[in-house]
Write a protein that binds this ligand. Structure first.
Ligand code: ATP
Ligand code: MG
Length: 330
């Protein structure tokens, strides 16, 4: 079985449709075919402004959402990143293998730092810690959205470089990106990706939204002034994003949608899509609440997950420590 690892940041009270279609849906599917490790990456969450009073609860709500989406602790290892100290420990080593210029090329840093009042070294080195997250588990495949492709490339480069310098230590990971849903766009600004931290509430369809909020957001999504339902991401980015969501959640194709809504305009289309979204995403909130109702059990799941993760992570870290020549008492 291939080894799979991926993570998600507890940077908001709810995940969104982009997280789900771009990554989390694949996480659930891969449980059956892979040896899967999934983590709520709270170390990454403090790279942007955060409120310590809510962060720990968001980690829990994040884990509950993942379980609600179908992650099964019997079939995958689910844990919170800060519970596995090997991550920042390997991160330090990899930071010393990363070129400053190389790290400076990360476009997400440029993007996120321009939106922060204060930019930290942590935000700058976050892709290095992400490489540690991945390499610790000898990961073959990393299910993520398109926005993570460049970071994945860095993880690969670091693995190849480290192996070249010190001898075979890490598996070189491959991105696992589903093309059709690799980037779900912001509903009010289809030039941007939907994001937990930079979308407006109207542009971001949260998994924990009330069904009526979901309907409102879909109906309020930006389209164009013409009224033809046609898949054309270049000229009709807003509508094409909605068609993408429709085909991903409903059992249909672009061709079928184009035929079905020919001459009917956007109103009918958005109304029907709103129902598809409310039907498929709506139940997640209820299931999340159920998992949150038993915090003791939820925390036990995460504790067991961290124990399982540490077994693998500590083995890789010990290997890396030895390779770089760290002191070990005789
Ligand atoms: P943040 O704004 O805090 O960075 P985010 O929405 O980008 O939040 P992450 O926690 O950074 O979410 O990413 C979790 C996963 O979701 C990653 O695999 C990422 O590639 C994927 N993802 C995030 N946004 C989208 C999107 N709009 N479309 C598809 N996949 C996405
Ligand atoms: Mg992100």
């Amino acid at each position: 079985k291939p080894r799979v690892l991926s993570g998600i940041q507890p940077t908001s009270d709810s995940f969104h449709l982009g997280n789900y279609l771009g990554a989390l849906r694949q996480w659930v599917a891969l449980q059956d075919t892979a040896d899967a490790f999934y983590c709520v990456v709270d170390l990454h969450a403090i790279t942007v402004d955060h409120d310590p009073k809510v962060l720990h609860e968001r980690s829990r709500v994040s884990a509950a959402q993942l379980l609600a989406l179908g992650l099964d602790p019997e079939r995958c290892t689910l844990f919170v990143q800060s519970q596995v100290p090997e991550h920042p420990m390997l991160g330090w080593i990899l930071g010393c293998e990363t070129g400053f210029g190389e790290a400076s090329r990360m476009t997400q840093f440029k993007d996120k730092s321009s939106k922060q009042e204060r930019t930290t070294v942590g935000l700058f080195t976050y892709p290095v810690l992400q490489a540690a997250d991945i390499l610790l588990y000898q990961t073959d495949q990393v299910p993520v959205g398109e926005d993570q492709r460049q970071h994945l490339e860095l993880s690969r480069d670091l693995a190849i470089r480290f192996n070249g310098t010190y001898g075979r230590t890490f598996t070189v990971p491959d991105p696992y990106i589903v093309k059709e849903t690799a980037t779900i766009k912001d509903l009010t600004d289809p030039a941007k990706k939907m994001s937990k931290t930079s979308s407006t509430p109207k542009g971001c369809l949260y998994l924990l939204d009330e069904p009526n909020q979901m309907r409102k957001k879909i109906k309020g999504a930006v389209t164009d002034s013409d009224a033809e339902v046609r898949f054309d991401p270049e000229n009709k980015p807003g509508l094409s994003n909605l068609m993408n969501i429709y085909t991903a959640l409903g059992n249909t194709t672009f061709e079928k949608l184009e035929a079905e809504y020919a001459g009917r305009g956007y109103g009918d289309f958005k109304g029907d899509l709103a129902e598809v979204v409310a039907d498929s995403i709506g139940p997640i909130a209820t299931r999340t609440k159920e998992f949150l109702a038993d915090k003791a059990e939820l925390d036990r799941i995460l504790e067991r997950g961290a124990e399982k993760a540490r077994i693998v992570a500590s083995r890789t870290l010990a290997k890396a420590y030895k390779k770089v020549g760290f002191f070990a008492p005789a």
